[in-house]
Every structure is written in C-alpha cells, then in structure tokens.
Ligand binder design. Sequence first.
Ligand SMILES: [Zn+2]
Length: 358
Amino acid sequence: MEQTSTTTEHNIESVKFEDNNGVDGGNEQKIKDIFQDGEVYESPTDLNVTKTIPVENVPPLKWVNFELLPKKMKITNSGYTVILSAKWGQERPYITGGTLSGKYVFSQLHLHWGVNDMEGSEHTVDGCHHPGEMHVVTFKSCYLTQESALKETDGVAILVYLFKLQDEAHKGFSIITDALSGIAQAHTSMKIEPVDLNQLIKQFWTDYFMYKGSVSTSDCVHHITWMITRYPMAVSAEQIDSLRYLMDDSDELIKRNFRTIIPRDDRRIFHVLPSKSKYSTMLPLSDYDKVITQIYRMELELNSNPLYVLQGEKDLIRQKLIQMKKSEEYRNDENVNKKPVKYVKIMEVIKKYINNLF
Ligand SMILES: [Zn+2]
C-alpha cells in the first residue's frame, strides 16, 4: 500500500492511500502507524469539520451480519445509562474496513442525555450540544471479550450517533423507549422482543469522523477509537424525555450522563472519505439551530446567575438576535408546523431577552 501524507512534524494535513486494496491486503502496520498510534487525549471533544484531516482512498466501512435476528435481547438500567445487549447464534454483527484493521464485533449500545434538549450529547459540534447521543460499542474479535479488548490500545471502537429532534418517533428507537418503564429502577433489566440491529442503527460507510480518545475510569485509562457519523439520528422529544425517568443508585432521576468536553489541543481528528460537498453537507446543526442553542444556553446561565452576562455577551446576543431576525422567513415558512417544538419556544425566549437586556 502506497500512502502519501502531507506531514509537518506532529501535524498531518491529509492522508491519501494510493491503493485501497492494500488496506485489505494485510498492511495493518501502516494503518496502525497513522490511525492508532500517537498521543491520545481524553474524550469527548468538540468536532469542527474545518479542523479535521481528510482521509481518502481507504475502503468504506463494511457492516456484516447486522440483519441477523438475535436469539435474545435485553435492556438494562445500569444506574448510569440504559444498555441494549443481545445474543446471537454462531454469527455476530461486526464492522470492518475503513481505518480499522480487523473485525470489531457488536457488544452493546447505550445512550447519553441531559435535563433538556439543549444538552445531552457527549460530543459537541462547533461548540453546540445535541439533545443526546447513542454509543454503539464494538470490540476487536481477536481479543475475545470486551473486557480484555479494553486493555488494548486498538481493542474498542465506538460508533457515535448524535440525536436530532423530529416530530415523529423513531420506530426502531421505540423498541428501547417503550420498554423503559420496566427498568426505571437502577440495576434492573428486562428481556425484549429481539429485532435485528438495522432497526436501530443506521449504517454509514463514508463521511465520518474518527479519532482516538481515552476514557478514564477510577483505576485505569482505556483507549477508544471513536467514529462519528455526520448524519444524526432523528428521534422525537418524547422519546428523549422518557429517558429522564430512569433512576440511579440513590433512586434519583438520571438527569445528566454526558461527560465534560475536553479541549481538542493538537489531537488528530480524521474525516474519513469526506463527501464531495463537505462544507455544505450539514454537520449536524444548521446555523439556525446554533443560534437558538446559544441563546437558550445563555438564558439558562442568566437564570442561574444574573451577573454572569457581561456587556460583551449582551452584544453577542444582540448580534445573534439580528441574525435571527434575518432568518425570519425560515420561521415563517409554510413548514413551520413541521418544525420541532423548540422553534416555537424560541420566540418566547427572544421576547424575554429583549425585555431583560435591551
Ligand atoms: Zn457512552
């Protein structure tokens, strides 16, 4: 496998494999050198498409056995999150290809959320949270178990789906959300009617972000390969809300289970097989969503500490409001009824701002 990369000491600007057959052809070491080695910073972090390293000519991700119906499926309230796990016969779903070397078999999927729809995702996009995030955990099959894979630097890969809101419930996702009342208490689990993972997980082959990021637990540090699809998973506000009734170890509601963003520093975030229209394709928030999110967050901060908003920030909000006014047509278009509740709510927020600040 030939590979060209524009390199300045620690900095790779792009990676281009000349011959994508080479990746399948056993050139594991080169993939390892570029994608697995190097300094690993803690996850999660912010994603910004302009600060990624494009990777061209690697094979697309391959999804195998995701159509297989499991023999058993269950959901568990771990006291921190809800986990969906399943048992298959001999064949299990796995992913391979892309920047991975080897097969990564499905282990479980779990969710992250917050107290309202303006937070909840672990990763942020251009500084903004999404209402939640689904993690599909896979481990490299040669390590046999997830536990032993976690001890390796290339043992675990997590596929990340950021949530976005839509009016209709996500049909596959309701397999989980409809059953939550049965596992409200921490450390309870429940069998559910098995479905194939394609009902829940949308496959992606290209146009995703990839980085190595560590996760620290009380006694050790695990290295995770994070793979984030640019296409968010559309679920309803009610579905996300149903997660907020799960309870933790002390019988309190699990309000927030996302970790703090770690600054990107000079970590490498790759953009694997970027789509041609990479600057126009939505990574996930539109400008309009961003403005709403920022204003809403400032409002939360203002409510918790009125002294927090300084003159500079007021100016910033003023600018945002002017931008919002410019996008008035967007709000008033004929599809307004199809927009999520937040588009309606935002008008109240703006009014409050105008009264309070100006
Ligand atoms: Zn997670």
